[in-house]
Design a protein around this ligand. Structure first.
Ligand SMILES: NC(=O)c1ccc[n+]([C@@H]2O[C@H](COP(=O)([O-])OP(=O)(O)OC[C@H]3O[C@@H](n4cnc5c(N)ncnc54)[C@H](OP(=O)(O)O)[C@@H]3O)[C@@H](O)[C@H]2O)c1
Length: 214
């Protein structure tokens, strides 16, 4: 098949199939895969050990967790390599993963936490923005203007944090003038246990990632 002949000529094989398709994909490749060909897997929740179990041998594997802003060159990809990956292969992997994303090498045991961060930092943030939009529209700002205001406020706040020497907590304190409007908002979310909401969301995402990678 096509993928078999492509693999026969490749130095690096990128596994970008859905997690549940990985066993079938590796099954097809197994007989043509040579033991020095680096596998880079982006399948969420599939442990490097599981890939080696399918191949029934030690094999150089890099596991990476990209995120969606990769599509606009603003991604961040956490990755790890097993001990079969040589120095040169590690450099190749790092170079490859740097296209469109910052990279961050972690231990495999930390990848599920990164996945939880990605889930909350994207899914929960977008939901927060959708709710914020509805509230601003309810205060009689036209939807188109409110939409632009929400997108740009959050994007600007995120960019400012990224370029700032201050922590997120320090920036929050900085914008919350005593007796002011931001302080009123912060006191309100504190009363409503914002921290508990975030703790629960992160733990739920982490638990699900653990479950899927079992
Ligand atoms: N989107 C993200 O931000 C993100 C972040 C981290 C990780 N991931 C991971 O990225 C992976 C891909 O996700 P996706 O949403 O892009 O999935 P997708 O759109 O379903 O793409 C999977 C691709 O794999 C191909 N494929 C399936 N079985 C194959 C086989 N046996 N041999 C060769 N190719 C095969 C499919 O081809 P056909 O269409 O011809 O079947 C399809 O092009 C997933 O494992 C996901 O967990 C995504």
């Amino acid at each position: 098949s096509d993928s078999r002949s492509a693999v026969a000529r490749a130095g690096v094989i990128l596994l970008a199939v859905k997690p549940q398709q990985i066993y079938a994909a590796l099954g097809v490749l197994q007989s043509v895969l040579k033991k020095n060909q680096l596998i880079i897997s982006i399948a969420a929740g599939i442990a490097m050990r599981s890939i080696e179990t399918i191949l029934a041998r030690r094999h150089p594997i890099v596991r990476a967790m990209p995120n969606l802003p990769l599509t606009i060159n603003e991604g961040i990809t956490a990755w790890c390599a097993n001990s079969a990956v040589g120095k040169a292969q590690k450099r190749i992997a790092q170079n490859f993963l740097s296209a469109g994303a910052m990279t961050c090498e972690v231990k495999e045991s930390q990848l599920n936490a990164v996945t939880a961060l990605s889930a909350v930092g994207q899914g929960v943030l977008y939901t927060f923005m959708a709710l914020l939009l509805e509230e601003i529209v309810a205060l009689r700002v036209p939807r188109a203007a409110a939409d632009q205001l929400v997108r740009t406020t959050i994007a600007g706040a995120a960019r400012l944090l990224q370029q700032s020497a201050h922590t997120a907590r320090e920036l929050a304190a900085h914008v919350a003038t005593k007796g002011g409007i931001t302080e009123a908002a912060l006191k309100s979310v504190q009363r409503d246990h914002f921290n508990r909401l975030i703790t629960h969301a992160v733990r739920a995402a982490y638990a699900r990632a653990q479950e899927l990678s079992r």
